[in-house]
Structure formats: C-alpha cells, structure tokens
Design a protein around this ligand. Structure first.
Ligand code: ADP
Ligand code: MG
Length: 321
C-alpha cells in the first residue's frame, strides 16, 4: 500500500465537529475557534519503550496512544475536538497492523465524537506514533490551583495497569486476569467525569500517567503547598491483594498508566464531585488533604501507626518498610 492510498483509507467519510472547515486532504487542516480557550497536548509512543508487540495488539497500541492524549485533555478540564497522528512505520508492521492501530484510535474517536484532521506518514527504523489532540474549555484545571485544606481525591483504582503488564509478561493464573490486562491495554480517559465537573469553580487536576507519587508532587510543586496522602485510603481493585506485597505497594504509588484523575477541591465542593462520580458510576476516593504546615512542594505518605514519610516523585527505594 502506498502513502496516498493509506491516507485515503484512514480519512473519515464525514466529520462530526461543526467547527471544522477543512480536514484531511490539503497541506493543513482548518477549523474556526469560538470564544473558548483552545487546549492542545501531544504524547509520543515508541516501540519497545512505551509498548511491545508481545503485550499489545496493534488495536491496543492505537487505542492506548489516543487514550493517553485524551487523558491529558481531561486533566485540563477540556472537551476534545480533534486529533492529528504522526506515524513512523518500520518493516515489521504490515498494512493490516497499521490499519488496526488506526481502528484502535477510531474506537475512542467514535466514543468522544472527535475527528482525525491530519497527520504525517513516514517510514523509519521502529514504530513511532505521535498524536496531537486539540480541545477547548472555559475553565482550565491547572495543577497550580490547589489550596490549603483542599480534599485530595482520585478516580478509579490504582496499580491495575502495571498488574496487567505483569500478567502479560509473566503468565500464570490470576483472579480477574482479563480485568487487569484490559486496564493495561485499554485504559479509559476520564473525559466525561472531568467535563461534568464544569460547575465547580476551582479544581486542580492531574492525570495518572507516571504514578500517583509523581502526579501528587507535580500538584504540590505547582501550587507551592504540601500534600498528605493516607496510604490505607489508596483505592485498589478487590483482588489486588493477590499480588506480591512489594509489587502492590510499588504499582499503586509509582506504577503509572492507570490514566485516572488525581484532583484537589475545596471541602464545600466535595459533595458535588462525589455526586458527579456516582452518576457516571466512576469510583472516587478521598485519599488525603492539602496542607500549609509542611515544606512546600512536597508530598508525604501517612502509613498506619508511623510517622509521616516523604513521598518522592520516584522514591520507592527511599521508603523504609
Ligand atoms: P504534505 O505533503 O502537504 O505534508 P501529506 O501528503 O503528508 O501532505 O498529507 C496529505 C494529507 O493527509 C494531509 O491532510 C495530512 O494531514 C494527511 N495525513 C498524512 N498522514 C496522516 C496520518 N498518519 N494521519 C492522519 N492524516 C494524515
Ligand atoms: Mg507531510
């Protein structure tokens, strides 16, 4: 298949976004921005760095690449509109594989009614996918917006994606095997949840791509406050305790790729956040609070009957058990 018939094959037959003026087919796409803030993000995925052929089918690779990008928009409080896909294709990938990668993206695009409006296609030494997403919002959820006494919450459960990867790499018998593998291959970006919080005047949000320790530190630093997290409140799936204790601890704090949202909100607005979560059947858990009484820009883990411990961005080795 040549480049041109390939582009024809991925081109949508119609576009859903009314603001789009020109999609695929010219030198660039054109859309008309209304009086809203445009939000854009990019995430790249490189074979054998971000994914491997033996743990992800082509469909999953495409799905997850777009999910990660949409998750960034969710963390900004933005509604997604468009995406563009740069792809470098290497020898080991057939036309069918590439088609399935785009089918994986299309699955999410259909769900959120967003349009593929451009990209670039080249050949290279490994498969690389670089997606740009564009969205809009009238209320941006910066990491810097946390305030003293805010509640810290997280959606869903933590550590599932790494548990799924562990299962895919090691085989064996596990309870809820399909659940964990699915969480690794097809994470759900929390777009709807983030959108439905639009009435809340102030929220700080960050999505969990690198692990909750890392994301909490980013909020603490950006907001120049400290964050306290109760270890025993961190939400995990009911069968999560089947894994090795060390691994459970490592994955839920430093695992990443769960693409859940970590947020802080004023106590007064916590009821509404919970109501939105309930109406969407999204699990939500209060896991700690924002404080002024500790060194700014730092995160602390409160473990049962122990003193506060510093939780570094990637501080697993520093944690004494
Ligand atoms: P140009 O040579 O002007 O850069 P291309 O031949 O690269 O144009 O692309 C032609 C059209 O196809 C453009 O609209 C471009 O955005 C689109 N396109 C190319 N590759 C992709 C891709 N991987 N995903 C989506 N659109 C693509
Ligand atoms: Mg080009």
């Amino acid at each position: 298949m040549d480049e041109f018939s390939f582009i024809d094959s991925i081109k949508q037959t119609y576009y859903r976004q009314s603001s789009l003026i020109k999609g695929i087919g010219d030198d660039a796409a054109v859309f008309r921005a209304q009086d809203l803030d445009l939000v854009t993000a990019k995430d790249m995925f490189v074979e054998n760095v971000h994914f491997a052929k033996h743990t992800m089918q082509p469909f999953h690779i495409g799905y997850k690449a777009l999910a990660a990008n949409l998750s960034d928009l969710a963390a900004m409080g933005a509604k997604p509109l468009f995406y563009l896909v740069g792809i470098s294709i290497s020898d080991g990938w057939s036309a069918t594989d590439i088609n399935e990668i785009f089918q994986g993206m299309k699955e999410l695009a259909d769900t959120y009614k967003i349009d593929l409006i451009g990209g670039d296609t080249v050949s290279g030494n490994e498969l690389v996918i670089s997606i740009t997403v564009i969205g809009h919002t009238n209320k941006v959820r910066y990491r810097s917006l946390a305030k003293e006494d805010d509640i810290i919450f997280v959606t869903g459960t933590l550590g599932d994606s790494q548990a799924g990867l562990h299962i895919l790499n090691n085989g064996g018998t596990y309870v809820d095997k399909d659940y964990y593998v699915n969480r690794h291959q097809m994470p759900i970006p929390r777009i709807e949840f983030s959108q439905r919080l639009h009435n809340i005047s102030r929220l700080a949000l960050n999505d969990i791509s690198d692990g909750i320790a890392s994301e909490a530190n980013e909020i603490a630093q950006a907001s120049q406050l400290s964050i306290i997290i109760y270890e025993d409140k961190l939400p995990v799936h009911p069968s999560y305790n089947q894994f090795d204790t060390e691994l459970q601890h490592k994955w839920k704090l430093f695992g990443g790729e769960d693409f859940e949202l970590l947020g802080t909100v004023a106590k007064n607005d916590w009821d509404e956040v919970q109501q939105v979560a309930r109406s969407l059947e999204v699990q939500i858990t209060e896991i700690g609070y924002v404080s002024c009484d500790h060194p700014v820009g730092q995160v602390f883990l409160q473990r049962k009957n122990e003193k506060l411990q510093r939780l570094e961005k990637k501080g697993y080795n520093h944690l004494s058990r």
